[in-house]
Design a protein around this ligand. Structure first.
Ligand code: FAD
Ligand code: DHB
Length: 388
C-alpha cells in the first residue's frame, strides 16, 4: 500500500483531515483501531465554534448540520446568588452551533465513503517507522495479516491513548499536565431541554451543566468524585442531584425520563510539545487534552486540522514553510484554549478541601462578569473561538 498521507485514527481529527486533503486532490489512508459503530457510539462534544462550522462547510459536510444543528446566541453562568447571561451574538457578532460530535463523525464517514477514500477499521499493532527519512512507512495488522503502508507524511490523529505521540522519542517531548480531582457524569435523555440556552451552574452541591442535542434530546452533566462508578448512579439519583444543582426556577421546568447513555469522564489538562517529529504531525487529542468546561476539545482538533491541511497541500507541492510552522502556529492557539478551559473549570467547580479564599475568588469572578461588559466580552470571545 502507498499513499501521500497516512492518517492514524479515524475520529473527528483524522476524518476531517482526510476529507479536506482528498478534496484538494491529496491521497490518504486512514488506519482506525475500532469499528465504525464503536467510533460513532462515543458520546462526546456538543458545541461547535463558528470557525469549526466554517471548516466543516469547506469540507463539504454542511447539509445536515445546517438542517439539524441549532445556532446559539449565548449561554448562562450561575452560582446560587447570581445568574449571568453571556450574549455571544451581541458581544462578538458570532454564535456557536449545537451539533453533536457523533453527528459530525457520521457526516464525515458518509462523505468519505462518497469520495471513495480508504478507511481501514479494526487495525491493530500500528508501528510508525523512518520518520526522519524522505519516505516513512506504517506497519499494522488488518484482517489477520501484517501489512505495510508507505507514505510521505503521517498524521497522528489517534487520541490521547494512541501510538503516534509515543513514537516521538521521550527526550524530544515536553509534557505539561494538570489532573483535576473530579470527573463529569453525563447522561443523554430523550426529553426537552430545561432551557433554550446552556446553563453552567456552580452550586453548593457541585457543578452541573445543562446542554442539549436537539429539541427532544438533552445532554446533562454533574461533577462527581473520581472514585464514583456509573453503576453508582441510577437515573433517579442523577435527576435528584442535577435538579438541586441548577437554579430552582429552571429545576421547576425540568422534564425527566430514562437515560439512553451514561458515562463518566475524568478532567485533565495536557499538552505535549512539539507537534512535529520529522514526517509525523500530531493533531487533536493525541497532542492535547482540555477539561470539557469550555467546550474546546473538538474545536481545538478542528483548528489543528486547519493549520495542518493547508500546510500539507503546500508541502506536497514542494513548499515546506507551512509544515515547518505547524507546531508553533497550532500551539499558540492551543495554549490560549488551555488557559480558557482551566479558568472556566476553576471558576465553576468546587474543589475538595478548598479554603474560604478560593470560594471568594469564584464569587468575585462571577460578580465581575455580572457587572462588566468587558469581562463578558472576553469570555464570549474565547467561548465562540479565537480566530485560526
Ligand atoms: P479521538 O476522538 O480520541 O479519536 C482518536 C481515534 O483514534 C479513535 O477513533 C481511536 O479509536 C483511534 N485510535 C486510538 N489509538 C489508535 C491506534 N493505536 N491505532 C489506530 N487508531 C487508534 N470535548 C468537548 O468539547 N465537550 C465534551 O463534552 C467532551 N466530552 C468528552 C468526553 C470524553 C470521555 C472524552 C475522551 C473526550 C471528550 N471531549 C469533549 C473531547 C473531544 O471529544 C475530543 O477533543 C475529540 O474527540 C478529539 O478528536 P480526535 O479525533 O483528536 O481524537
Ligand atoms: C457539552 C459539553 C461541554 O463540555 C460543554 O462545555 C458544553 C456542552 C455537550 O456535551 O453538549
Amino acid at each position: 500500500l502507498t499513499t501521500q498521507v497516512a492518517i492514524i485514527g479515524g475520529g473527528p481529527s483524522g476524518l476531517l483531515l482526510s476529507q479536506l486533503l482528498n478534496k484538494a486532490g491529496i491521497d490518504t489512508v486512514i488506519l482506525e483501531r475500532a469499528t465504525r459503530d464503536h467510533v460513532l457510539s462515543r458520546i462526546r462534544a456538543g458545541i461547535l465554534e463558528w470557525g469549526t462550522v466554517e471548516l466543516l462547510r469547506e469540507a463539504g459536510v454542511d447539509a445536515r448540520m445546517d438542517k439539524e444543528g441549532i445556532p446559539h446566541d449565548g449561554c448562562y453562568l450561575t452560582d446560587e446568588e447570581l445568574m449571568v447571561h453571556i450574549d455571544f451574538k451581541g458581544l462578538t457578532g458570532k454564535q456557536v452551533m449545537v451539533y453533536g460530535q457523533t453527528e459530525v463523525t457520521t457526516d464525515l464517514y458518509n462523505a468519505q465513503a462518497a469520495m471513495g477514500t480508504t478507511v481501514l477499521h479494526e487495525v491493530s499493532d500500528v508501528e510508525i517507522h523512518d520518520l526522519d527519512q524522505a519516505k516513512s512507512y506504517v506497519d499494522f495488522t488488518h484482517e489477520g495479516t501484517r501489512k505495510r503502508l508507505e507514505c510521505l507524511y503521517v498524521a497522528g490523529c489517534d487520541g490521547f491513548h494512541g501510538v503516534s505521540r509515543k513514537t516521538i522519542p521521550e527526550e524530544k517531548r515536553k509534557e505539561f499536565e494538570r489532573v483535576y480531582p473530579f470527573g463529569w457524569l453525563g447522561i443523554l435523555s430523550e426529553t426537552p431541554p430545561v432551557n433554550d440556552e446552556l446553563i453552567y451552574s456552580n452550586s453548593r452541591h457541585g457543578f452541573a451543566l445543562a446542554s442539549m442535542r436537539n429539541e427532544n434530546l438533552v445532554r446533562y452533566y454533574v461533577q462527581v468524585p473520581l472514585t464514583d462508578k456509573v453503576e453508582d448512579w441510577s437515573d433517579q439519583r442523577f435527576w435528584d442531584e442535577f435538579s438541586r444543582r441548577i437554579p430552582s426556577e429552571a429545576a421547576s421546568r425540568l422534564v425527566t425520563g430514562p437515560s439512553i447513555e451514561k458515562s463518566i469522564a475524568p478532567l485533565r489538562s495536557f499538552v505535549s510539545e512539539p507537534l512535529r517529529w520529522g514526517n509525523l504531525f500530531l493533531v487533536g487529542d493525541s497532542a492535547h487534552i482540555v477539561p470539557p468546561t469550555g467546550a474546546k476539545g473538538l474545536n481545538l482538533a478542528a483548528s489543528d486540522v486547519y493549520y495542518l491541511y493547508t500546510a500539507l497541500i503546500d508541502a506536497v507541492k514542494g513548499k515546506t514553510s507551512g509544515i515547518d510552522e505547524y507546531s508553533t502556529r497550532a500551539l499558540a492557539r492551543i495554549w490560549k484554549a488551555m488557559r480558557f478551559s482551566w479558568q472556566m473549570t476553576t471558576m465553576l467547580h468546587r474543589f475538595d478541601g478548598e479554603d474560604a479564599f478560593a470560594e471568594q475568588m469564584r464569587k468575585a469572578t462571577l460578580n465581575h462578569l455580572a457587572t462588566s461588559e468587558t469581562a463578558r466580552r472576553d469570555l464570549a470571545e474565547n467561548y465562540i473561538g479565537l480566530p485560526f
